[in-house]
Design a protein around this ligand. Structure first.
Ligand SMILES: [Zn+2]
Ligand SMILES: [Zn+2]
Length: 682
């Protein structure tokens, strides 16, 4: 007898992913109450389930749950289809325990606890079961050489999965490709599933995988160990981007923006033609930052520009080196973002708010809402902006996104039917209210998030940050860039075991300071900083109220966070207490608390040097005068005294390299120096 082994492997968690939790819970309840359909199976293995309500559901071999037929009115998914699988599992279990069939069935049964890999799927036979055109589409996508991370089977509860540039695929049944789930709009039986199978085959070419592995998919004709090369077009584009960066260093903001913007636009088009997604994204952000500088936007920060310019130089430099190596530790394509598609339409997206950040400048104001996608554990970003004059009467918190007021949206969970996600994690949702439903963000809303996004305490977060490879080798995420309000990694961290101390106001930098310290005085704490912003004038007061305990005991905070001299510093955009979520920048106004004045944090020679480099990039090295160079000389001295001899020696380089004979080394010297100081100051 055909046991439909493919269906026996589907755990309740898999069914929830393939259908939805509501149908699974309902089906479990019905079966537990003895309400079960009548089942039969024909010679081809098609199962038919007949329900008391007269509906009949049929599930042929190789058919996805969504494509199964049901006589009810539901078009996409219904409880009959889900109940069919659970009822069949109960039926098979009963059959297996019957003594007469035990031996025969036992032979047919695959051990659900045995490791397996999607590499076992044969591509030739997939072609005969997948919809027409899917294999051709997969072959075309493969030609772009996408970078894919494969996660091998790790127990019945964590089936094999693959993270593609634009979506992720999970394999729920070893015998059936129909039960692989993709989070693209098709939901499965799509080209992404085929690419994931190809990636597993390539990754396990030399043997089974024990841990996650990232690779660039070879095109069919490419030999497996040849370097991807750095052809003349790549060399020319690299040289021209370096020339742009050198011009920025030499002239700073003195160059007319319109000319620089045109130059950046031309380079973006070439990067796009080359398929260098992360380079194009960095150039787009560069243009955005230069515009923000010109418009005196609160989004502009000199250090953000420094990090971006230096990061772009380093990304190209490391890609050029990796491309020459025969077996690089990291594919150059990953550093450049080759094979990453612009936008992908997503099926049924659920997002959990991680807070919001507001900004304004002379002409516009805007908001960035940050989200966690619990399915992929990634951070995504929604950004909107409005012309200033039109919003003069509407507070920013009342502006609408997807039909909902920003104030409400940013403190919610969102379920949306029509969304697209771009490579850097920017999400756009349909403007109509009926496509996007909201649930309030509960005090437990972040509990389903896991590492690396959510860390159990500051010590774990600090250890995670210290282990990270350089950002310029990693995918570019909008949440870690200008969009998030601070150029640093975005995380959620639990602070249950900590309490606020030293809450104060620094009147010089207009910033609220607070330290969260462990109640037992042990271990690492978390420093929170929140500058006053014209776009969100009440945020500091709201944050002070949270720290005072007004909304309950603080449990977790979310924001961009970095290591500074071994200490964790975060700019929080959302906080959860044991009673509610608080998003300070969109929260209604509260009465101000009197805060003690605190002195700005003592500077260090390294932070001074970073700020000096950021200032040089602002003003242009060519426009530094005697007094400026004297200050540099003092900093060299300060670095020497503090024992940073290498950084001290290199800080003399930019001035020396200004002479024409040395000019060709200037960009490299100043970039290497900035990377070194950034590294030392972490
Ligand atoms: Zn139905
Ligand atoms: Zn797909």
């Amino acid at each position: 007898m055909n046991l439909r082994q493919d269906l026996l492997e589907l755990t309740p968690a898999a069914l929830m992913a393939l259908a939805n939790p509501g149908f699974v819970k309902r089906a479990q309840k019905d079966l537990a109450a003895g309400i079960a359909p009548a089942l039969d199976i024909d010679a081809s293995g098609t199962i038919r389930a007949t329900y008391d309500d007269g509906c009949i559901a049929r599930l042929p071999v190789g058919c996805t749950l969504r494509d199964a037929q049901c006589s009810c009115t539901a078009t996409a998914m219904c409880r009959h289809r889900v109940t069919l699988v659970l009822a069949w599992q109960a039926h098979a279990a009963a059959t297996l325990s019957a003594p007469s069939t035990e031996r025969a069935a036992g032979r047919a049964q695959v051990d659900a606890d045995a490791a397996w890999s999607p590499a076992q799927f044969d591509l030739a036979s997939l072609a005969s079961v997948l919809p027409p055109g899917v294999m051709d589409q997969a072959a075309r996508l493969r030609q772009d050489g996408p970078v894919i991370t494969v996660y091998p089977w790790a127990g019945a509860a964590s089936p094999p999965s693959a993270q593609l540039p634009m979506c992720s695929v999970r394999f729920f049944a070893r015998g059936s490709i129909a039960h692989a789930r993709c989070d693209c709009r098709q939901g499965g039986n799509c080209a992404h599933v085929v690419l994931a199978v190809m990636a597993f085959a390539q990754a396990e070419h030399l043997g089974p995988l024990q841990s996650p592995h990232t690779l660039q998919l070879h095109s069919v004709d490419a030999a497996s160990d040849t370097a991807s090369g750095w052809d003349t077009a790549a060399q020319a584009l690299h040289a021209d981007i370096d020339a742009l960066l050198l011009a920025l260093w030499l002239d700073g903001g003195a160059q007319p923006l319109i000319a620089v913007a045109a130059r950046i636009q031309a380079l973006r088009s070439r990067a796009q033609a080359q398929g260098w997604c992360w380079i194009e994204d960095a150039l787009a952000e560069l243009r955005q930052l230069l515009q923000a500088r010109q418009a005196r936007s609160t989004r502009f920060a000199p250090l953000a520009l420094l990090d971006l310019v230096v990061g772009l130089w380093a990304r190209l430099q490391s890609a050029a080196q990796l491309a020459q190596q025969r077996a690089p530790a990291l594919p150059a394509a990953q550093v450049l973002g080759i094979g990453i598609k612009g936008e992908v339409a997503l099926d049924r997206l659920r997002l959990v708010s991680l807070g919001a950040s507001l900004w304004s400048d002379e002409r516009e104001q805007g908001a960035t809402v940050l989200w966690a996608d619990p399915d992929t554990q990634s951070v995504t970003v929604m950004a909107r902006q409005w012309p200033r004059e039109a919003t003069a009467t509407t507070p920013l918190g009342e502006r609408r996104i997807a039909g909902h007021p920003l104030r409400q949206l940013a403190a919610s969970q969102v379920i949306t039917q029509r969304a697209t996600r771009s490579a850097n994690g920017t999400v756009s949702v349909a403007a109509q209210r009926q496509h996007t439903g909201l649930l309030p963000l509960s005090p437990r809303a972040w509990d389903e998030l896991g590492a690396p996004l959510r860390q159990p305490d500051p010590a774990a977060l600090a250890a995670h940050l210290a282990r990270q490879p350089p950002a310029f080798t990693q995918p570019r995420l909008a949440a870690a860039g200008v969009a998030g309000g601070a150029p640093a990694a975005f995380h959620v961290v639990q602070v249950d075991a900590l309490q606020p101390a030293h809450v104060g106001w620094d009147p010089i930098t207009q910033t609220l300071h607070a330290d969260l310290v462990a109640r037992d005085g042990q271990g690492i704490g978390l420093r929170l900083l929140h500058p006053h912003r014209a776009a969100a004038p009440d945020a500091v007061d709201v944050l002070a109220r949270v720290l005072e305990g007004h909304y309950g005991a603080l449990r977790a905070v979310a924001g961009n966070v970095c290591l500074q001299g071994g200490a964790l510093v975060m700019q929080p955009v959302a906080l959860l207490t044991d009673t509610q979520a608080v998003v300070p920048q969109v929260h209604p106004a509260v009465a101000a608390l009197p805060l003690p004045a605190v002195a700005p944090a003592a500077s260090t020679p390294l932070l001074d040097t970073l700020e000096q480099l950021a200032l040089m990039l602002q003003q242009g090295l060519r426009h530094q005068h005697g007094g400026d160079w004297e200050r540099v000389q003092e900093q060299i001295h300060g670095l020497q005294l503090a024992g940073y001899r290498q950084a001290a020696a290199q800080l003399g380089h930019p001035r020396a390299a200004l002479v024409p004979a040395q000019r060709s080394t200037l960009l490299q010297r100043v970039s290497v120096l900035a990377l070194l100081v950034r590294d030392l100051s972490a």
